[in-house]
Write a protein that binds this ligand. Structure first.
Ligand SMILES: CC(C)(COP(=O)(O)OP(=O)(O)OC[C@H]1O[C@@H](n2cnc3c(N)ncnc32)[C@H](O)[C@@H]1OP(=O)(O)O)[C@@H](O)C(=O)NCCC(=O)NCCS
Length: 181
């Protein structure tokens, strides 16, 4: 049995993700998303391209949660396990590629805390929406935060590799001129 990780306390805190976290974030992510493993370089690239959107939840020296997000184009979820190359010059959304909590870190509110910080930062950037693909039943979680499903032509094919229950979702921001749901 591995060491017990207790995060429902004040010692767990979000901090910017670093390149030397990549092996641990990839290990945690690939243990959560066993059907969609990604190579370490995929994680490293996101941290390099979008440091403001990538954070690690550290508790007693362990990484027990992470978020990876970056400016992107709406309705264009990137293929899994592939490099982005560069961020788009004409970004029209902030894209949450993944928010993952280790089993011992769930239900602590830490996920919602960092999602809220990312959403507020996207709003300050003047972007109209935050976008993501919810997998494995996580759409219920995102609906609670105000995200709604968006269906557009051509999206279903891009979503297929994310699993049969993948849902593309957006949260309209005040900057988009649309009312919040
Ligand atoms: C989705 C995830 C990040 C949520 O983390 P969490 O630690 O449960 O979130 P928080 O503690 O901040 O929030 C808990 C609240 O969300 C709700 N919630 C969590 N998962 C949910 C789900 N799948 N559907 C509906 N509600 C959900 C809880 O019931 C709780 O609600 P309450 O505050 O009304 O009691 C976490 O379950 C996870 O890492 N899942 C696996 C990876 C994943 O699917 N990530 C999303 C990829 S799109």
């Amino acid at each position: 049995m591995g060491p017990m990780v207790v995060v429902a306390d004040r010692t767990a805190r979000w901090r910017p993700a670093r390149l030397d976290d990549v092996a641990r974030i990839a290990g945690l992510s690939n243990s959560i998303h066993t059907l969609f493993p990604e190579r370490e370089e995929i994680f490293a690239e996101k941290i390099r391209l979008s440091p403001a959107g990538c954070h690690a939840l550290e508790s007693d020296g362990d990484i027990v949660g992470y978020i990876l997000s970056h400016p992107w184009r709406r309705h264009s979820p990137a293929p899994l396990d592939s490099l982005l190359g560069a961020l788009p010059a004409n970004a029209d959304c902030w894209y949450i590629h993944d928010l993952g909590m280790g089993p011992g870190a769930r239900g602590t509110g830490a996920a919602t805390e960092i999602a809220g910080r990312i959403i507020r930062a996207a709003e300050r950037e003047g972007l109209p929406v935050v976008a993501l693909v919810a997998v494995a039943g996580a759409d219920g979680y995102w609906r609670k935060l105000g995200f709604g499903e968006v269906v557009v032509d051509g999206l279903a094919a891009k979503l297929r590799e994310y699993g049969a229950d993948a849902v593309y979702m957006e949260l309209p921001l005040a900057a988009g001129g649309e009312p919040r749901p």
